[in-house]
Design a protein around this ligand. Sequence first.
Ligand code: GTP
Ligand code: MG
Length: 205
Amino acid sequence: MTKVKSAEFVMSNSDVAKCPKNRIPEYAFIGRSNVGKSSLINMLTDRKSLAKTSGRPGKTQLINHFIINEEWYLVDLPGYGYARVSKTSKKKFQKFITNYFEQRQQLVSAFVLVDIRHKPQPIDLEFMQYLGENGIPFGIVFTKADKLKPNAIDNHVDDYCKELLKTWEEIPPYFITSSSKKIGQDDVLDFINNTNEEIEALKNQ
Ligand code: GTP
Ligand code: MG
């Protein structure tokens, strides 16, 4: 079981060039507006309001770095697909976010969050495609699992995997979570911890 001993806000930014320079592993949380990115970050770190959350979509507007256990960065990002912006800007997605994904060398893995209640949405599948095309590893985090009964959770996840197998050869690592019921904390943290250990082992080879 992986423990978060310390979690601190470092900085907010809209320019990838100004993000922290330390070469430590970094994990970014991305997904539709309101899917629960900031809530997940608070759940993972056992902090009530480390990341700002809101019932209104569009709360997180910048690239937010948090340092965990003085070992790795966790990044909270703005959501995509915010319903109240125009179609063109929705399609374009904020340029600074794509710059972040394409230029941030410390990024080890992204986590794409999807609401477990919904069928696979084109916008999420397209974003995963984009990550794949740019060689960025990612996992899928299903959020708000408290909203479904256990058998419905299994069905929704199975359907999601079937959809992914239409375009992907392999299913990426995935995690079932609920921030309000604190489900999935260990799974996500263990994954990050194991990945960090693998990186360390490679460095020492
Ligand atoms: P933006 O920053 O606007 O892109 O949103 P976000 O993805 O960071 O979402 P945020 O964490 O702010 O949560 C959005 C809403 O969903 C809030 O009202 C949360 O309380 C709610 N929410 C988040 N996670 C969960 C969950 O696991 N279960 C339930 N029931 N509600 C959740
Ligand atoms: Mg947010």
